[in-house]
Ligand binder design. Structure first.
Ligand code: NAD
Length: 351
């Protein structure tokens, strides 16, 4: 059985498709936002969206974010994303994944997928049975494996860079960092911060993980709703999107927000609200680019992987520093400068 692939009308993206195969319980979307800089790369997410409209909104937003993230990271990749509607714990089957992989394959390399929420390296291996447009594999010549340690390294660099920009000091020892989310990224970040001598205030909805952070890093645990008002120097959101909003921003007692979660700002106005409060915000799609840099080594078949990753992480930090400097000079939000920076990279060059 072949999935039905129906184009969705769009004026903001190059291509969007609705993918359906009732025989395997599949409904999903593939969005190619831009291929201006290269094939559109971005992960596949499976979530129990309440409606197809919600899934479509998410895939559009996420694929645009990937265009910005890949451009900021200096990669020869455009931005795309795919979503499947359903609870991965119960509805994810090899047949469903294979059907979706065939839909990805029909785009002939214009969209390249990888892991995102609800997906694992084992799932990527199933997709790879049907398409070569997949990365994030555990095995193979260019397999890049878990991107989280590199993502965390990039965020750590962003924190140091932004802290130096804001305070003139690069040393994080005895600085207090509140970390929201102790999953793949948050855990590795806590490890780096702990090694740098920072004091940690942590939260997670998973209480066992919270206990582990207290035992491992000597961190102070707080309830999820108390992380925003924690007395800290730096807040690192590493869990979910939309956490910087009109309810949480007034509670913040930090002077810097820099973390790994995607889409931390609930709305563009929230960047302005942070700016007005004198809280520096390190744009998420620049801070968390380490993960896609790692995945890019697989997509682009880079032979000297560690050199590529080190060079790109360093360049990412230079980009972050330039964005923060420009924002300060112009008295505008770093988010606005970051968006303008990547849009300039994608603008057609004058003859
Ligand atoms: P993860 O699922 O491994 O970890 C997320 C953690 O956040 C979990 O421990 C979860 O229990 C916790 N959590 C969820 N809701 C919470 C809440 N309301 N309050 C506190 N804790 C909560 O995910 P991850 O791979 O660590 O990714 C974290 C974020 O970073 C996501 O937004 C992801 O999109 C983004 N990101 C990840 C990577 C990567 O390399 N993994 C790369 C770029 C961006």
């Amino acid at each position: 059985m072949t999935a039905t692939i129906t184009p969705v009308a769009t004026s903001t993206h190059e291509e969007i498709y609705r993918v359906e195969d009732a025989s395997v319980g599949l409904t999903g979307f593939i969005a190619v936002h831009s291929t201006l800089l290269g094939p559109a790369a971005g992960g596949l997410r499976m979530r129990p969206y309440v409606s197809a409209e919600d899934a479509l909104i998410d895939v559009k937003r996420l694929s645009e974010g990937m265009t910005y993230k890949n451009a900021a990271a200096g990669l020869a990749l455009g931005g795309g994303k795919a979503v499947i509607i359903g609870d991965p714990a119960v509805q994810k089957t090899p047949e469903l994944l294979r059907a979706f992989a065939r839909a990805i394959d029909s785009l002939n390399g214009r969209y390249i997928t990888a892991e995102d929420m609800g997906m694992s390296p084992a799932d990527m291996a199933i997709l790879a049975e049907e398409t070569s447009s997949v990365a994030g594999l555990a095995d193979g010549d260019f397999a890049s494996g878990d991107p989280s340690p590199i993502t965390a390294r990039g965020i750590f660099n962003a924190i140091r860079c932004a802290w130096e920009h804001h305070t003139g000091q690069i040393d994080l020892s005895n600085r207090v960092v509140s970390v929201q989310g102790l999953g793949h990224v948050g855990w590795y970040l806590c490890d780096l911060l702990n090694t740098a001598g920072a004091k940690l205030i942590v939260t997670d909805v998973n209480s066992a993980q919270l206990d582990r952070a207290v035992a491992t890093f000597g961190a102070t645990a707080v309830a999820p709703e108390d992380i925003y008002a924690a007395e800290a120097d730096i807040f690192a959101p590493c869990a979910i999107g939309g956490v910087l909003n009109s309810e949480t921003i007034p509670q913040l007692k930090v002077s810097l927000v820099a973390g790994g979660a995607n889409n931390q700002l609930a709305t563009p106005n929230d960047a302005i609200a942070l700016h007005k409060r004198g809280i520096l915000y390190a744009p998420d799609f620049v801070a968390n680019g380490g993960g896609i840099i790692n995945v890019a080594t697989e997509i682009l078949k880079i032979s000297n992987r560690s050199r590529f990753v080190a060079d790109r992480l360093e360049a990412l930090q230079v980009t972050m520093a330039a964005i923060l400097k420009q924002a300060k000079a112009d008295d505008v939000t770093p988010d606005a400068v970051a968006i303008a920076t990547v849009q300039a990279k994608m603008a057609p060059k004058a003859a």
